[in-house]
Design a protein around this ligand. Structure first.
Ligand SMILES: [Mg+2]
Length: 199
């Protein structure tokens, strides 16, 4: 592939979470009340993520990720920025390896396959927050865009050198966080503005 070399400026490297950032799944919102009950009623505060292991669990998990999902508001801007080499985009999803075909289908279907320099799945089945911290440190992103509050809070507490943008949802919107945005679009617009990226 021939790349335009028109500028010597450092390209901004942006990491993207997939579910809830690049892809929007209305059905997944239904899981939020469960998380809230767990936290506020049962008082379970530790961050732990379910790892499906049996074929049945994996089947349900795949189905839950397959149901009705669409590109997020801002996916077109992401495509535009990546294709014009305004940013270097990387996808980092906590999805396990067995969900890769589903992910690939989504990217093809919505014309996003060629937008990412790298696509990283949670192939070692690490806890999602530890996994994201590790990959973000390794890849040295300038920005990482994430919708899961527990992960955002973890990354902030661990002082990763990457700016973490949080995409909030209707249940979590009251939280205080400097870099919070309703959709991917506003997060990208802020990155464009701060870095004088020509669009
Ligand atoms: Mg997510």
């Amino acid at each position: 592939m021939i790349r335009n070399v028109t500028s010597t400026r450092k390209k901004i490297i942006v990491g993207f979470d997939f579910d809830g950032v690049v892809a929007y799944n209305p059905a997944r919102l239904a899981r939020l009340p469960i998380a809230l009950i767990k936290r506020h009623v049962l008082g379970i505060h530790n961050v732990s993520f379910f790892v499906p292991r049996t074929p049945l669990e994996r089947g349900f998990w795949a189905l839950a990720h397959e149901s009705s999902f669409f590109p997020a508001q801002g996916a077109a801007l992401l495509r535009n920025l990546a294709r014009n080499h305004r940013i270097e985009a990387h996808l980092v999803t906590s999805r396990f390896a067995f969900l890769e075909p589903n992910l690939t289908r989504f990217l093809k279907r919505w014309d996003l396959s060629d937008c990412f320099e790298s696509i990283t799945l949670n192939t070692r089945e690490e806890q999602a927050h530890m996994y994201k911290e590790r990959v973000i440190r390794e890849k040295k992103f300038d920005y990482f865009i994430e919708d899961n509050w527990d992960i955002v809070a973890h990354l902030s507490a661990k002082n990763v050198r990457t700016h973490i943008h949080w995409i909030y949802n209707i249940f979590d919107r009251g939280r205080n966080y400097e870099d919070k945005y309703p959709y991917l679009k506003q997060s990208l617009e802020r990155i464009i503005e701060l870095n004088n990226i020509p669009v």
